[in-house]
Every structure is written in C-alpha cells, then in structure tokens.
Design a protein around this ligand. Structure first.
Ligand code: KIV
Ligand code: ZN
Length: 385
C-alpha cells in the first residue's frame, strides 16, 4: 500500500451529537471494543469537560483500548485540556484534540474577537496540550469557510508549537470537492513545516458531499479521515466510515487504503444503529438493507447470469451473507425460477410459464412475494419440490 490512510472514528463524539441519541458508558465501551476490532486507528471517545458522564466514558475507554489511539476533544481552553488529560491518563496512546474557529464568520460573529487573538489562542492551546501528551491534534473549526492564507498562518503556527495532526473541518458541510481538495493542496504547498504533521479531513454532510470531500482531501495529500459509522452526526451527519473505506478499496488507483477489516462493517453498522436507536436508511451505501437487494426484472436477470453485471462489491467483503433477489411485480421469470430453485422447486419451461402468470397476480396484490407465498403457489399448482 503506497499511502495508509488513518481512520479517525468520531462515532462516540461527533456521532453522538445526534439529538436524542445519548449512549451510556456501557454501550460506549461496547462500541469502542468493536471499533478496535474493526481496525480504526483513532477512537475519539468524547468531550471530557462536557459532562461527568462523558469524562467517565473517555476514562473507561482509555483503560480498555489497547491498540488504537484514544482521543478526547477540547476547546482551546486550559480547563478543557486539563480535564481531557486527566480522562486520558490511562490510555496507551492518548491524543488531545484541541482547536478554535478560524473562519471570519466564527472569529467575528461567534467568538467576537480578532484574527490575531485566534492565532495566540491556537498556539497557547497546543502548548498546554503538549504538557500532557505528545500527540496533539489541532482543529481549525469552519476551515471549509476560512480564507486559505489565514488558515495557513494558523496551521504553520500550531505545527511550530508541536501539533502532530492538523484537522481541516468543513464544519458546515459547505465545500465542493474541488474546493476542499484545493484547500488541502494549498496547505501542503504553503505551510512551512507541513511535513511534520498529518493533515486530516473532517467533513460534514449538509450538501451530501462529506464522502466526496474526504476523498478529494486524500487525493490532495490528507492522510487521516475523520468519520462515523453510518455517517451519523449533527444535522446531516459526518463522513460515513464504510463509504470512504470501500471507495479506497474499490479504486486501487487512488493508492490509498486503510487497516479496516471490512467484513465487520455490516455488523458494526447494526450495532451502532441499535444502540443509538437510529435506523439506517434502506438505500444507504454499503450498509443499507437494500444495498445488495435486486428487485427489477432486468437487474435480477443480469445478476443471476453474473453478479458482476450489477454488483461492484461482493457482499461477503462487507459482512453480508449474499445479495438478495426480491420478488415483486417487477420481477421476471429468471428471478422467480431462481428463488423457486433455492427452496427446492426446479420447474420445466411450461410449468414456469404457468407459475409466472399466477405469481404476477399474487405480486400485484403485495409489495414483496415471500417464500411462504411461493410455497402456497406451488401447492396450488400441484408442483412438488
Ligand atoms: O465539525 C467540526 O468542526 C468539529 C470540530 C470540533 C472538530 O467537529
Ligand atoms: Zn464535526
């Protein structure tokens, strides 16, 4: 692998910011354990100063996790950093993730200060964090809408203070892929000392571009992607872990890959969905219930002849047993015959013609024709298995 991309999972921090989706410490520990088995490089376990519960979760995850780096979020505030350091003190590989807003919108309207003050506070935050841990990640909040020249100034200053990872969040999900990629390229080309740090993407999905923007970042030199299982997160969510992992695996020309064991993706998705009580949309890429389901006659016929006709991923690669042929009124003879064979009925051509006619009248009355209804149909036609 030419470039290993580090997967920074923030399901337990940014992902947990979904309204009504709070997890208890036990659930967080279970998810952290599974994330480690999945092969993520960094687990962002929470925002320790935000509540005693979050502090406890980060602290327990820090004790539990052995291989991945465990990270805690802070604002560029001394107290936040001290509390995060305390929560992370038992971690084998601790990381403090600190930062501040850098766009004019955040500097002048949210923080109500000056760019000079932002520079001072950014450097100070990294300096505080470095007192406790070697691995310090800095985020320039709303970097997506930050002027590149000022962003470069902030990034250069925090690298000089020892920041090891620089996060470029498109906090509002505003950027187009070309724009976000160009931002990463600009930093690679204009920041003194950039080779000392890893550039990270952190994209939100307000315009449905989080995955595309993260990949554009990688194509332009980012070496870490921040993402969540099922793409959960505030508003329209974050970059979806399963999507970026499989994009890099399917497009090997990107010469970028991860350590993720993709066969665990389906189970991981179901675990997070269940614990967060957040259903996954059926047509969600990779992990949706329809991601490997074929229901129209033309597609079913093609898939039955050769899976590659309509599938770019072998379902087993992501932990799904097999793709499914769903019987509806749009299905053809090939699909009916395929499903009947699966339950032991091998029909001659004439039998299939008769059965298909009957099948269509059942299918017109139901969304999906199930196995039980197929058996009833065979029974009515006196065809035995
Ligand atoms: O979206 C964002 O800017 C964030 C930062 C706090 C890293 O989540
Ligand atoms: Zn975020």
């Amino acid at each position: 692998m030419e470039n290993r991309i580090h997967i920074f999972d923030t399901t337990l921090r940014d992902g947990e910011q979904v309204p009504g989706c709070r997890l208890n410490t036990k659930d967080k520990l279970l998810i952290a354990e599974e994330l480690e088995l999945l092969g993520v490089d960094i687990i962002e376990a929470g925002f320790p100063v935000s509540s005693p519960g979050d502090f406890e979760s980060v602290s327990e995850i820090a004790k539990l996790v052995k291989n991945a780096t465990v990270c805690g979020l802070t604002r560029a505030v001394q107290k936040d950093i001290e509390v995060a350091a305390e929560a992370l003190k038992h971690a084998k590989h601790p990381r403090i993730h600190t930062g501040i807003g850098t766009s004019d919108q955040h500097v002048f309207t949210k923080i109500k200060t000056t760019r000079e003050d932002i520079l001072v506070r950014s450097k100070q935050a990294v300096k505080w964090a470095k007192k406790y841990v070697e691995d310090v990640e800095f985020y320039a909040e709303d970097a997506g809408r930050t002027e590149n020249a000022f962003l470069a100034q902030v990034v250069e200053a925090v690298i000089a203070e020892g920041a090891t990872v620089i996060n470029i969040p498109d906090t509002t999900g505003y950027c187009l892929p070309e724009e976000y990629g160009a931002k990463i390229k600009y930093l690679k080309e204009n920041v003194k000392g950039i080779e000392k740090a890893i550039l990270s993407t952190h994209c939100h999905n307000d315009l449905g571009l989080a995955t595309a923007n993260s990949i554009a970042g990688v194509q332009n030199g980012a070496r870490q992607i921040e993402c969540t299982i099922n793409g959960i997160g505030e508003r329209a969510g974050n970059t979806s872990l399963e999507e970026v992992v499989m994009i890099m695996r399917k497009h090997s020309w990107l010469k970028s890959d991860t350590r993720i064991d993709a066969r665990r993706l389906n189970a991981m998705s179901r675990l997070v969905s269940e614990k967060m009580r957040m259903p996954v949309q059926p047509n969600k890429a990779i992990v949706g219930s329809n991601a490997f389901a074929h229901s129209s006659g033309i597609h079913q016929d093609g898939v039955i002849k050769n899976r590659d006709n309509y599938e770019i991923i072998d379902p087993a690669e992501v932990g799904v047993n097999e793709s499914s042929i769903i019987l509806t009124a749009r299905s053809g003879r090939a699909a009916l015959s395929y499903r009947l064979e699966k339950i032991g009925f091998k029909l001659a051509k004439e039998e299939l013609d008769v059965a298909y006619k009957q099948f269509l009248s059942v299918a017109d009355k139901h969304n999906v024709v199930e196995e039980e209804q197929l058996k009833e149909l065979m029974n009515a036609l006196a065809i035995s298995a």
